[in-house]
Design a protein around this ligand. Structure first.
Ligand code: GCV
Length: 706
């Protein structure tokens, strides 16, 4: 009787839950491969998808076949069979030279338009062929086909050719290997648990490395720098990756990544010869130092023949660099680049330098002052990696004027996926709209159409190497990114790195459909939340380009809480006005670093875009914006609006109860509740700070207090 009651209870529970699917942790990210419940569609897919013909064999091809097998099994209910015959309907995977011409002959013109990582997917009526010049292209094509199926797109007439537009599509981890000193965290600016790289267990491989590689490869990321650019600061041990103890561990990771088309890179310390071998100095012009680096590189390549190269943070925030020896940043970079060159390795040198007393007192001016004069002095396998803005990943900054200013120097754009200054894991802040603005920004370096996207895809200046690097938001939390919706940032970063011209709408749709299915209500709510979330965060934290109003190290998380009174150096608020005067006429002269017409647009108060006003100009609180509001009233209003937007998100999300599995529903719901608390704290702190400063009342609050 008791048993019967239990069965009845389970039955009732199932009925009550209706269409709620099983609980999900978010571990599978967008590679969920949910069963396709549309019978007609799944029958269409099954026409081709019950058999796979693998033309050729290699580890990467096996990754494709495995992904197809598991993905199709989950979506269609039966694992496809690997066949050796091409007589039956099937999916065919293999490089162009291996596809039997009796089945399909790829037109020469198409083959010629493929680049090294591009692919073709063609439905011939009997077969779906996924082919490419190289196996990695086949793998990308496989993920593309699976993406279409997850989005329930028809495949009957599929006939497409895709090339990545950007050569280097990299993830930069700020994970700290080795012992972690007490005041440091396991991942610098990491908000999703600790590092997935378990150095004490390596070279033992765990499944998570394979899933990590699958996730990256599914969005086309082709390289990962697996440790923090801070390698020795305050006792960090990242520099040890160059010691013999770590080489087998690196080799093991590289072997997993290789199967998914991902190259392994590491961050290194410029003083490595001194730290590791006790040389007298690390002077780039010292032949002994040069020899040390050459030998080190030989050691690495003898174990990892496709090793990607090094990333270096030099002369910055305590990391050492060539300045100590009176050498330039280019001389420092070339030391390592020359050692890597015989093996095809790359050297990525960060332009994140500031604080030198010889430079302008305005931090925003400094990277340009150091690097611009060195244009043309860097080795051909060196790249200068530049943060998107001149300060430090603020919620709003102008694009760094270094983009376009170094036509003879390979450049990489660095953006931050981890939300150091954009709400960490507590606030939803979808960054694709911001990144799109950056990529679409016209530098006018070579006249019209000199967009950042064309600089980093190499086409504007014919760079040999160029690309995009994103600071990773991955940790060992079950859902990888801490906040479930932050997965959209990882997804969007990869897709934009593949093709900066993709629209925000397309990327967002793809992510929602794969992560939450094709329910219209879910789609419209997520669209509305994601697409406004950057503006919302900006509204209650950072008015009109007035960045860095956050705390340094107060309470648990630095760069998270409001602390406007401690950041006067950045926003320059006083009794009469607010904003940093960076004009040529009366300020730091930062605007002079841009090409015309941007220079004049930013210099002139009347043409300066409102959203950058306080980054570029100091104005009275009563200055009228283009909206007609005064600066002070805009500050008050936007902060109130920001909180209201979060309240709206909560109501919107609540309307999805029952449509999303409980675990993910509750997770996001709780995050939005937390977000409201922090948004109120920001609003109250900023608004009262500016009330005190300006002495001008908030007219909105007087009439609409909540
Ligand atoms: C890795 C900012 C961050 C640091 C980071 C640094 C950098 O200052 O707060 O955590 O260090 O940028 O990009 O090197």
């Amino acid at each position: 009787m008791k048993k019967l009651k239990t069965i009845y209870f389970i039955f009732i529970l199932t009925v009550i839950q209706g269409n709620i699917s099983h609980s999900e942790t978010g571990y599978k990210v967008w590679l969920r491969y949910q069963a396709i419940d549309d019978k007609e569609l799944s029958a269409d897919y099954l026409k081709y998808c019950s058999i796979i013909y693998q033309a050729g064999s290699s580890d990467i091809l096996s990754s494709s076949a495995n992904e197809l097998k598991s993905g199709l099994k989950e979506m269609l209910g039966a694992e496809p069979v690997i066949s050796t015959s091409t007589n039956i309907n099937s999916i065919i995977i293999g490089t162009i030279d291996k596809i039997p011409s009796s089945i399909y002959k790829i037109p020469d013109s198409q083959a010629r338009s493929l680049n090294q990582e591009g692919y073709i997917i063609k439905n011939t009526g009997k077969h779906i062929i996924i082919t490419a010049k190289n196996e990695v292209g086949v793998l990308y094509g496989t993920f593309h086909l699976l993406r279409l199926m997850q989005m329930k797109e028809p495949v009957a007439d599929i006939d497409l050719l895709e090339n990545p537009k950007v050569k280097l599509r990299l993830l930069n981890h700020w994970d700290n290997p080795g012992k972690i000193p007490e005041e440091r965290t396991n991942i610098e600016r990491g908000y999703a648990g600790i590092s997935i790289f378990k150095w004490e267990e390596l070279p033992e491989i765990n499944k998570r490395y394979i899933d990590y590689a699958r996730i990256l490869s599914s969005v086309g990321i082709n390289g990962a720098v697996i440790n923090n650019v801070n390698t020795a600061k305050k006792g960090l041990e990242g520099w040890k990756l160059l010691t013999p103890e770590y080489l087998p561990k690196l080799k093991a990771l590289a072997s997993v990544f290789r199967n998914y088309g991902i190259k392994l890179y590491i961050s290194v310390n410029f003083f490595s010869p001194v730290l590791i071998s006790g040389t007298d100095d690390a002077d780039p012009l010292n032949p002994k130092v040069q020899e040390w680096w050459r030998n080190k590189v030989v050691e690495i390549y003898s174990e990892i023949p496709d090793f990607g190269g090094f990333l270096v943070k030099a002369d910055s925030e305590g990391e050492p660099g060539p300045i100590k020896y009176g050498r330039t940043q280019a001389e420092g970079a070339n030391l390592l680049a020359n050692a890597l060159k015989p093996f095809g390795g790359l050297l990525m040198w960060r332009a994140f330098v500031y604080g030198d007393k010889e430079l302008s007192p305005d931090r925003a001016c400094q990277a340009y002052q150091v690097f611009k004069p060195l244009d043309g002095a860097f080795a051909e396998n060196a790249l200068v990696q530049i943060k998107n803005g001149p300060i430090d990943f603020q919620v709003r900054e102008p694009v760094s004027p270094l983009f376009g200013a170094m036509p003879k120097t390979n450049q990489l754009l660095e953006m931050q996926i981890t939300q150091e200054y954009t709400g960490q894991d507590k606030h939803v802040c979808y960054l694709v709209p911001e990144w799109k603005e950056i990529l679409d920004f016209d530098t006018y370096a070579k006249g019209n159409n000199s967009m950042v996207s064309r600089i980093i895809d190499g086409s504007l200046f014919g760079y040999k190497y160029s690309g995009i690097a994103g600071v990773s938001n991955i940790g060992d939390d079950q859902n990888w990114t801490g906040h479930l919706l932050a997965q959209a940032n990882l997804y969007g970063f990869g897709r934009l790195a593949w093709n900066p011209d993709l629209s925000i709408g397309q990327i967002t749709d793809e992510w929602i459909l794969q992560t939450f299915g094709n329910n219209e209500k879910i789609h419209s709510v997520l669209n509305s939340i994601l697409l406004t979330s950057w503006e919302t965060y900006e509204n209650y934290t950072s008015p009109l380009g007035c960045g860095l109003m956050c705390s340094r190290n107060d309470r648990d998380e630095s760069h998270f809480y409001p602390a406007p009174s401690k950041r006067v150096d950045y926003h320059k608020a006083d009794k009469n006005g607010v904003g940093y005067d960076r004009t040529i006429a009366t300020g730091s002269g930062y605007t002079n670093q841009y090409f015309e017409p941007v220079k004049s647009e930013y210099e002139d108060l009347s043409t300066c875009p409102d959203e950058l006003l306080l980054f570029l100009h100091h104005v009275p609180y009563t200055y009228k914006l283009k909206s007609g509001k005064t600066v002070i009233q805009h500050i008050y209003d936007s902060h109130n609006e920001g909180v209201e937007q979060v309240l709206k998100y909560q109501a919107q999300w609540q309307s999805l109860k029952g449509l999303i599995d409980d675990e993910r529903f509750e997770h996001v719901k709780n995050k939005l509740i937390q977000q409201e608390g922090y948004a109120r704290e920001w609003r109250d702190s900023i608004n009262s700070y500016f009330l005190d400063m300006s002495g001008i009342e908030d007219t909105y609050k007087l009439t609409n207090i909540k």
